[in-house]
Design a protein. Structure first.
Length: 220
């Protein structure tokens, strides 16, 4: 029997707008490390592993305490920041449309897995996914290629019948490394050029078109 089609979806910038909570958490991190002032524009750093964002945040202040910064960020984000995430208009409907088919839905995010679960539970969206995957303590699954490889192995997915959906080049690179198709979304934190240059197989402009575009890639 052929494997069921699978749709793997990023979280930040794809399903939810998490920028307000992330900015608040960055500013709390700066305060915890003794810095004043607001966080700079961090939109381009949303999507990669957290360490990259904290490194950039602290480098602007000549501070190399990345480990301490990551710990401070996660402390604030886990208590407060994650509740600032809101789904993009049309996303809940798109997810439920996909879930009504034979396609299997998974979250694949660089965010900590426990944070991703709490966000989706809070938004009443966790139930549409077969499982929710993210980074874990120790850093083994921080990078998208390794995370997707882990999902493929654990869920016994057929990469030829799977698509990775995301808003950043990291999502596209992860799909490419695992022989999946890649669908870029244009309402998130990555630009069209970034997704095209990374080799996305297709782009979708509106959340309302997500279900049709994703299902076409795994069933076409």
């Amino acid at each position: 029997m052929p494997s069921a089609p699978s749709v793997l979806i990023d979280l930040d910038g794809t399903l939810v707008d998490s920028q307000p909570g992330i900015i608040a958490s960055c500013e709390a991190t700066l305060r915890a490390l003794g810095h004043s002032g607001e966080a700079p524009d961090i939109q381009r750093f949303i999507g990669p592993p957290l360490e990259e964002m904290i490194t950039a945040l602290l480098q602007a202040r000549g501070d190399d305490r990345v480990v301490e910064g990551v710990a401070a960020y996660r402390s604030y984000y886990g208590e407060t920041g994650l509740y600032g995430a809101t789904p993009y208009p049309g996303i809940p409907e798109a997810l439920r449309t996909i879930a009504r088919t034979d396609a299997r839905l998974f979250v694949a995010t660089s965010k900590r897995q426990d944070f991703a679960r709490r966000i989706l539970d809070n938004l009443k969206l966790a139930d549409v996914f077969v499982d929710i995957y993210g980074s874990i303590p120790g850093g083994a699954l921080d990078q998208k290629p390794e995370l997707l490889a882990h999902i493929v192995a654990e869920q016994r997915l057929d990469p030829a019948r799977a698509v990775m959906v995301g808003d950043r080049r990291y999502d596209i690179a992860g799909a490419r490394a695992n022989n999946m198709r890649a669908l870029g979304v244009l309402w998130g934190y990555g630009a069209r050029a970034e997704l095209e240059d990374a080799g996305a197989d297709g782009l979708v402009k509106r959340p309302g078109d997500l279900a049709e575009a994703a299902l076409a890639m795994v069933k076409g």
